[in-house]
Design a protein around this ligand. Structure first.
Ligand code: PEP
Length: 248
């Protein structure tokens, strides 16, 4: 497990078709990465099909940023897991804190979406993380433990990746100490082992929250950190490349 890393970018609500002109550089970055380092990008729904077409045959994984829990139906503006899969996604992010906050998603919602994603053939990146108030109150581990218990569906753990993203570190330039990251990742590992037994040892646990060139190597070296989920610094290849290189 320690010899495998995943660096996944999350473009969030950024990018139009014109930005896909730069995709070749991301595919090259994935191709040049050592075998044990995988590179992936989660992109807005509008870009998925073209992004997947451009990444076809390369080592760059393409995924969605969310999906609906239903396969189809009267859900105006929503996109289902089979739609993501048909558009070329191989995975989807679920339970990102921005969705938990902006769309009021609960752990039960995330679990239902995750079940739909698995049925459609998508692998999962499920996000968990505490707010600053919860950390200050000493509740970070219990909050994350509750999110893990409530959000992860019955599944083959080989299809599951967890992203630990403290809410207060996302897009703020602030990060926890490496010791705090290691402690939380160890806590998550214990929860996964309790849930999945030996197979829980193999689940990648990504760190996310203001990862950038200057802090990537240190964060990626912490105990049980199996890679990074990268928001802002995934938008430009010049910012993303050093993070991938740090994983190598
Ligand atoms: C994220 O949104 O998943 C994230 C980690 O964002 P940033 O890297 O910009 O903090």
């Amino acid at each position: 497990m320690a010899d495998r890393k995943l660096i996944a970018g999350n473009w969030k609500m950024n990018g139009t078709h014109a930005d896909l002109e730069r995709f070749g550089a991301y595919a090259e970055l994935a191709a040049d990465a050592p075998q044990q380092v995988r590179v992936a990008l989660a992109v807005p729904h509008t870009l998925l099909f073209s992004a997947a077409e451009r990444a076809a045959g390369s080592r760059l994984g393409i995924g969605g940023e969310d999906c609906h829990a239903n396969e189809n139906g009267a859900h105006t503006g929503c996109v289902s897991a089979p739609m993501l899969h048909a558009a070329g996604a191989s995975f989807t992010i679920l339970g990102h804190s921005e969705r938990r906050a902006d769309q009021g998603e609960t752990d039960a919602d995330v679990k239902a979406k995750a079940e739909a994603a698995l049925r459609a053939g998508l692998d999962l990146i499920i996000c968990v993380g505490e707010t600053e108030a919860e950390r200050d109150a000493g509740d970070a581990e219990s909050v994350v433990g509750r999110q893990l218990a409530g959000s992860i569906p019955e599944c083959n753990p080989a299809r599951l990746t967890i992203a630990y993203e403290p809410v207060w570190a996302i897009g703020t330039g602030r990060t926890p100490t490496v010791e705090d990251v290691a402690a939380m990742h160890d806590h998550i590992r214990s929860a996964l082992a309790a849930r999945f037994g030996e197979a829980g040892q193999g689940v990648l646990i990504l760190y996310g929250g203001s990862v950038k060139a200057s802090n990537a190597a240190e964060l990626l070296s912490a105990s049980n950190v199996g890679g990074a989920l990268v928001g802002g610094a995934s938008l430009k290849i010049e910012d993303f490349r050093p993070i991938v290189e740090a994983a190598a």
